[in-house]
Design a protein around this ligand. Structure first.
Ligand code: UDP
Length: 334
């Protein structure tokens, strides 16, 4: 198979795992990334073009120079509290840049997209296990920026021959089990990353944001999915469109959840480090509990997760964190 695919944000955490799986599956990959949070070394397959989706000329040159069969669009900001503090940053980088990308695809006749969306589009629903047909009601600008991008994709699909697979990610964590790739984003805020930084000494301690939620231990519940399973969902999504199966909106999660305290306990147990944890106020924009109903992705993509185990997720994240910190302390030892 020699299909040429464009991966925006392919030097980032999730994108880089997908690029590796695509490369191994025989795809011809072009990564377009501004390296704002991604890394050149993380692009293990294909060609890296350093550029910004906000730059129409760079985008035009990219599409003029390549005949893409499909686009996988990861490039985005993803931090909920930051989106609350600086919403326009999210509407620019996520929503407007998706518009720019769709414009280039449309002008150049590229009619397949796999889009990275989020459970944050659902907002604060009544039920905890979420199906894809729930009304969308994001409670933070991050979720809204992705909801608006979804809508543009669907509207363009109605008006053209565009096919899409929109993947709504739940909480992505873990790393390549061989520690070739992992979360290397500076100043990461996501729970498992933060806890692993504490366990490995890169951070002195952490806070639990909110202990008065109506959950089993008062802290928020999330559906943590291993990045390798999420990556395989993207490869399957691409194959699904190539087989002419049309457009889909699919949750990506395991359908079960863990509280913040439970996650921290696993990190402490597996690392053997009892790092300091303090209780703090609720964080703006956090829904109480989010879990995926994943029946649809299992059925439509024949997706079979291989890492549905919190210990495995945390262990791979810890292994990566140790590797990454050793590497930063000794950059020649790569
Ligand atoms: N969280 C926490 N302390 C941290 C980071 C996260 O208590 O240092 C909580 C956060 O408030 C939320 C859950 O962990 O309830 C997951 O947050 P994360 O930022 O990992 O992902 P999100 O669900 O916001 O995308």
């Amino acid at each position: 198979m020699t299909d040429r695919v464009l991966v925006t944000g392919g030097a980032g955490y999730i994108g880089s795992h997908v690029v590796r799986q695509l490369g191994e599956a025989g795809y011809d990959v072009v990564v377009f990334d501004n390296l704002s949070t991604g890394h050149e070394w993380a692009v293990t397959h294909g060609e890296l073009v350093v550029g910004d989706l906000a730059d129409p000329e760079a985008l035009e040159a990219l599409f003029a120079a390549n005949e893409f069969d499909a686009v996988l669009h990861f490039a985005a900001h993803i931090i909920v509290p930051e989106s609350v503090a600086d919403p326009l940053k999210y509407y620019r980088n996520n929503t407007r840049n998706t518009l720019n990308l769709l414009g280039a695809m449309s002008r150049h006749g590229v009619n397949r997209i796999v889009f990275s969306s989020t459970a944050a589009v659902y907002g604060m629903p009544d039920q905890q296990v979420l199906t894809e047909d729930l009304p969308l009601a994001p409670i933070n600008p991050y979720g809204a920026s992705k909801m608006m991008s979804e809508r543009m994709i669907m509207d363009l699909a109605s008006a053209s021959d565009l096919d899409y697979v929109i993947l709504r990610y739940f909480n992505v964590a873990g790393a390549d089990p061989q520690t070739r790739l992992g979360q290397a984003t500076p100043e990461a805020t996501h729970l498992i990353k933060v806890a692993c930084e504490c366990a490995t000494g890169a951070r002195g301690g952490m806070q639990i944001f909110g202990t008065d939620y109506g959950t089993r231990d008062g802290t928020c519940v999330r559906d943590y999915i291993h990045v390798e399973d999420l990556a395989s969902a993207h490869v399957r999504a691409l194959e699904h469109m190539q087989q002419g199966n049309g457009s889909e909106i699919l949750n990506c999660g395991y359908g079960r959840g863990f509280t913040v305290r439970e996650v921290i306990d696993v990190v402490k147990r597996l690392s053997g480090v009892d790092f300091p944890v303090t209780e703090a106020e609720r964080r703006a924009g956090d829904p109480e509990a989010l879990m995926a109903d994943n029946q649809r992705i299992r059925r439509r993509l024949d997706w079979v997760p291989a890492y549905d185990d919190l210990d495995t997720i945390v262990q791979t994240a810890l292994d990566w964190e140790r590797h990454w910190q050793a590497r930063q302390n000794n950059p020649t030892d790569q």
